[in-house]
Design a protein around this ligand. Structure first.
Ligand code: ASP
Length: 419
């Protein structure tokens, strides 16, 4: 009993199990409407609170991350390395997703669905996407939760603090103190996660019970196989070769964060847990406090896998065969789409529209997978967070080695000068 009280992931898991059972009972009792009208809203309140806390947490944590690196050049090199790593692993992730979906394609049947309605957002061109990263107003991005613009603002504020030096002390202290305050609020929100998970999963099961167990089970299985293949193979190879860390140690170390992400379906909400896991695995605090919040907003390997699998699934449901070049387009668009996906529940499904549109697939197809999005989301968020942690470990190792090399070279130069 004491163990259940103390362990949040365990409570969340129990809530998940209870929610599934409750959902099946409500379904059997014909009370699906009750779950949607009276249970789901409490889950929605939780999601709203998460969305509300995301912006201040991302701003303050990225500013702190940049300032802790204390040198603009260092932010640049670490940032660039981190982003390149994130892009490469995301492209690998989506390729794995497409491979698995192609393997399992034969098992996807054309689904019957009553409401094939989904409003797609207007697609934006590549150049517009670049221009849109830069904000024209300090507050608008915070109001609209435009995450890329928020990251840019945070990086600029961080640079400003570094350059202004002593004069920025009051402002820096204010950011540090705000971070602590928002973290306390976030921890409070996180405490009610078990109740929220129960309230969110019950209506999903009550609405989709037989469908989850039927045709959609195959596409869910495909996504989960791809998630785990990516986690076990790609990250193991990456942390071993690039981060010089034993993959078993990494998997064990990342597990609490995975579990939390799996249950909360939010990379941002998982940030405090990921930071703790990174430090326990020996990652440097200055590196982790920059790469993890950045990853929670722009690195979404699980989301990319989900988008690849769903693209093939939706194409199959509509009897469409995708060509090789269309698949390459999916790899590119899903990699970019994952950058624009905020680390909040359900965000990846919205970006799926962009991926489908890039290859001319019917966007209404999203309705086929929307009902079980939460189940996809649990796995993809878990993988997103493990991906962020792998970067923290790898970049930390790189930085430590680079500093050691530089110190050695400096010592040698000093010896030479003295001789
Ligand atoms: N829930 C995911 C995350 O927080 C984003 C997504 O919906 O794919 O990482």
């Amino acid at each position: 009993m004491q163990k259940i009280k103390g362990s949040l992931p365990l409570q969340i898991f129990l809530a998940l199990g209870l929610g599934i059972v409750a959902g099946l009972i409500f379904l059997a009792a014909g009370a699906t409407d009750f779950t949607v009208n009276y249970i789901k809203p409490f889950g929605t309140i939780f999601l709203n609170l998460l969305k509300f806390i995301v912006v201040p947490i991302v701003i303050t944590s990225i500013v702190q991350g940049v300032v802790s690196l204390s040198d603009i050049k260092k932010v640049g090199t670490i940032g660039l390395r981190t982003i390149i790593y994130y892009f490469c692993t995301t492209a690998i992730a989506i390729t794995i997703g497409l491979l698995f979906a192609n393997l399992f394609k034969g098992t996807y049947k054309v689904l019957q669905t009553s409401d094939l309605s989904y409003e797609a957002a207007e697609p934006t061109s590549f150049m517009d996407t670049i221009v849109n990263i830069f904000p024209s107003n300090l507050f608008q991005p915070m109001v609209d939760s435009t995450m890329l613009q928020i990251i840019v603002i945070a990086i600029f504020i961080g640079f400003g603090i570094i350059i202004a030096g002593e004069k920025s002390k009051v402002f820096k202290d204010w950011i540090d103190s705000s971070y602590e305050v928002f973290m306390v609020i976030m921890k409070g929100i996180i405490k009610v996660t078990p109740i929220a998970v129960f309230c969110l999963i019950t209506p999903v099961v009550a609405e989709n019970g037989p469908a989850v167990l039927g045709s959609l089970a195959m596409v869910l299985l495909t996504a989960y196989l791809a998630y785990f293949t990516h986690a076990l193979i790609t990250y193991s190879i990456a942390v071993k070769t690039l981060g010089h860390m034993d993959p078993i140690k990494f998997i064990k170390g990342a597990f609490p964060a995975f579990l939390f992400a799996f249950s909360s379906t939010s990379s941002i909400a998982t940030l405090p847990v990921s930071l703790e896991c990174a430090e326990k695995m020996g990652a440097r605090r200055d590196v982790a406090s920059f790469t993890l919040p950045l990853g929670a907003t722009i690195n979404m390997d699980g989301t990319a896998i989900y988008q690849g699998v769903c693209a093939i699934f939706i194409a199959s449901c509509f009897g469409i065969q995708l060509t090789f070049s269309q698949m390459i387009t999916i790899v590119l668009t899903a990699t970019l789409a994952s950058v624009g996906t905020a680390g909040t529940p359900g965000a990846g499904m919205i970006m799926l529209a962009m991926v489908l549109q890039s290859v001319g697939l019917p966007v209404e197809g999203i309705a086929l997978v929307a009902g079980v999005d939460r189940i996809f989301d649990m796995g993809r968020t878990g993988i997103n967070v493990v991906g962020d942690l792998s970067a923290a470990v790898i970049i930390s190792d790189y930085e430590t080695r680079r500093e050691a090399r530089e110190a050695k070279a400096a010592a040698k130069a000093k010896e030479k000068a003295e001789a």
